[in-house]
Design a protein around this ligand. Structure first.
Ligand code: F6R
Length: 239
């Protein structure tokens, strides 16, 4: 595991993009995350694309998760998030982008379909944020490391943290999500995890120090992954 600390999240995201570019080529498959953490990295990707330095024409992407219970055109749905923060600004073919179909009438079938797609894919680089409770994707503490795609009941702290995107109104925050499982995340060839701000410090400490690998702190499984890059700003640095 490579642990890299930067003065600001902007600096960390710039470096993360540099590494990402070394790990992929024009035909790669990316695993993508949402939330506030990857926004600056996506900005770097967009800027470089605009300069003509990289094309996403043949890139495929798979997103980690999507809320259950909100429309895809809701500004906080992860479908909308990806359009607004990345897909609408690069030349990726939308047919090559995949996000869990959490709004499907037959949700069980949708989970199976996403699992099958993932099983038939190798993600070259998985981008991850981390929850203050150590969740990756929406695999909340206590989730088995063996899980695949599933519906999750979001923990109270996650709902509270995400209420900042929903007028600070907990009632408006979806209470469930569909997420890739830990097992799916671990199959990626490389992982780039970003974490910014003091709320992430404890999770980063468990992730980057000591021997603990425990389902109660989901990110600790990444200690077993052969290629993980962790980029933090100085506020998330535990030292
Ligand atoms: C989002 C995701 C989550 C977030 C995490 C941190 O697709 O899978 O694990 O990465 O909740 O969220 P932010 O970045 O908003 O602090």
């Amino acid at each position: 595991m490579k642990y890299l600390v930067f003065e600001t999240k902007k600096d960390a995201s710039k470096k993360a993009y540099e590494i990402l570019k070394q790990l992929i080529n024009k035909n790669s498959t990316l695993g993508l995350a949402t939330g506030s953490t990857p926004i600056d990295l996506y900005h770097e990707m967009i800027e470089d694309f605009k300069k003509g330095n990289f094309s996403y024409k043949n890139i495929k992407s798979y997103n980690l998760d999507e809320y259950v219970g909100i429309n895809y055109d809701h500004p906080e749905s992860y479908h909308k998030f990806m359009e607004t923060n990345l897909f609408n600004h690069i030349d990726i073919d939308k047919n090559n982008t995949h996000i869990p179909n959490a709004g499907a009438k037959n949700l069980k079938q949708a989970l199976e379909d996403y699992q099958n797609e993932l099983n038939n894919t190798v993600i070259d680089v998985q981008i991850l944020g981390v929850g203050s409770n150590g969740h990756i994707g929406f695999n909340e503490p206590g989730t088995s490391f063996e899980t695949g795609v599933h519906v999750v009941d979001l923990k109270e702290e996650t709902i509270k943290a995400n209420s900042r995107f929903f007028d600070n109104n907990i009632d408006l925050v979806p209470k469930q999500a569909v997420t890739m499982g830990i097992n799916d995340i671990m199959r990626a060839k490389h992982i780039i995890l970003l974490a910014f701000g003091k709320e992430k410090k404890e999770a980063i400490k468990y992730l980057t120090s000591g021997d603990l690998i425990d389902e109660n702190v989901p990110c600790t499984i990444l200690k077993k992954h052969p290629s993980v890059y962790v980029f933090v700003d100085k506020e998330a640095d535990y030292k």
